[in-house]
Ligand binder design. Structure first.
Ligand SMILES: Cc1cc2nc3c(=O)[nH]c(=O)nc-3n(C[C@H](O)[C@H](O)[C@H](O)COP(=O)(O)OP(=O)(O)OC[C@H]3O[C@@H](n4cnc5c(N)ncnc54)[C@H](O)[C@@H]3O)c2cc1C
Length: 260
């Protein structure tokens, strides 16, 4: 296929029955900006089935990593969830996307709001040293239904703070706030409710959202995107524009809802 590289699966991790992640080889010519997504796919009944996937790995890492939903009726993921080490994966050669730091105006605090697999692009961003050079605090909020949906929680809490190069930054600047809606957990509730509540900001030690100093990136289910975007707009935040004008926040859907 034109404009696609053929890569091979190196490792696979099943988080639970709804979620898995995997790493692949990376073509030397593939360059991307942290936050970008690619099209990935496999042959199913001899036809290539391609879908958009955000890249979890940072752009300096040797391999590519992806976090994937498992949709039992989904054309791609009903099969993709059964991939094995060594299997072939098509990966588009031109990564794209709006969730990049250069689309944001300078600011003090950067909020990364995600639900479900919307965490994926933010994994590459929190491993990017330039995010810590540009912002004083980076607040990664991940909203999920079940505790087992909190992919990478242990990596973020236990491994990243002792990262050889980034550890010092991460210990001082990264605030990780996982929240769960369908099970008891230390943080409970929807992100959209959290950001309207003073307690959340008290807990993380920051002031309520303010376009003078705060910037945001949002990636998740379409209704969360709309709710948070409306909230930010009402507070005076301006979205970055498609023609490259920097804004106070950027958004990307973590998936498209199919019309039935
Ligand atoms: C810019 C962009 C980036 C994306 N990045 C990722 C990613 O990093 N990881 C990932 O798993 N998916 C991601 N997706 C979604 C992905 O493209 C596919 O939709 C997903 O892999 C399911 O494919 P499918 O063919 O099995 O089901 P589809 O036929 O594509 O989807 C069936 C239904 O499942 C639901 N659905 C699809 N994807 C998700 C999801 N991720 N979470 C919850 N519900 C979903 C939707 O309601 C959809 O209508 C992204 C989509 C976009 C537009």
């Amino acid at each position: 296929m034109k404009n696609f590289n053929i890569e091979h699966v190196l490792t696979i991790h099943h988080w639970n029955e709804n979620l898995f992640s995997f790493t692949t080889t990376r073509n030397e010519s593939l360059n991307f900006i942290n936050g970008h997504f690619v099209l990935i796919g496999i042959l199913i009944n001899d036809k290539p089935i391609m879908r958009a996937y955000s890249i979890v790995s940072a752009n300096y890492e040797k391999h590519l990593e992806f976090l994937s939903i498992k949709i039992q009726q989904g054309l791609l993921t009903s099969t993709l969830q059964n991939i094995k080490i060594g299997d072939k994966i098509f990966i588009s050669a031109k990564p794209v996307g709006t969730l990049i730091l250069d689309n944001l105006k300078p600011g003090k605090n950067l909020y990364l709001f995600s639900t479900g697999t919307g965490l994926a692009p933010f994994m590459s961003i929190i491993k990017d040293s330039s995010v810590y050079e540009r912002f004083d605090k980076i607040i990664l909020v991940h909203g999920v239904r079940l505790v087992s949906d909190l992919a990478y929680a242990s990596f973020i809490e236990n491994e990243l703070p002792s990262h050889k190069i980034l550890g010092n930054f991460i210990r001082k600047k990264l605030i990780y706030y996982p929240t769960v809606t369908r099970q008891d957990f230390k943080n409970y509730g929807r992100i959209t409710d959290l950001i309207m509540n003073k307690n959340f900001f008290e807990e993380i030690g920051l002031q309520e959202l303010n376009p003078e100093i705060d910037r945001a990136m949002i990636c998740g289910n379409p209704s969360m995107l709309t709710e948070i975007s409306n909230f930010l707009k009402n507070r005076g935040f301006k979205i970055s524009s498609a023609d490259g004008k920097m804004g106070d926040y950027v958004v990307e859907k973590a998936f498209l809802r199919k019309k039935s």
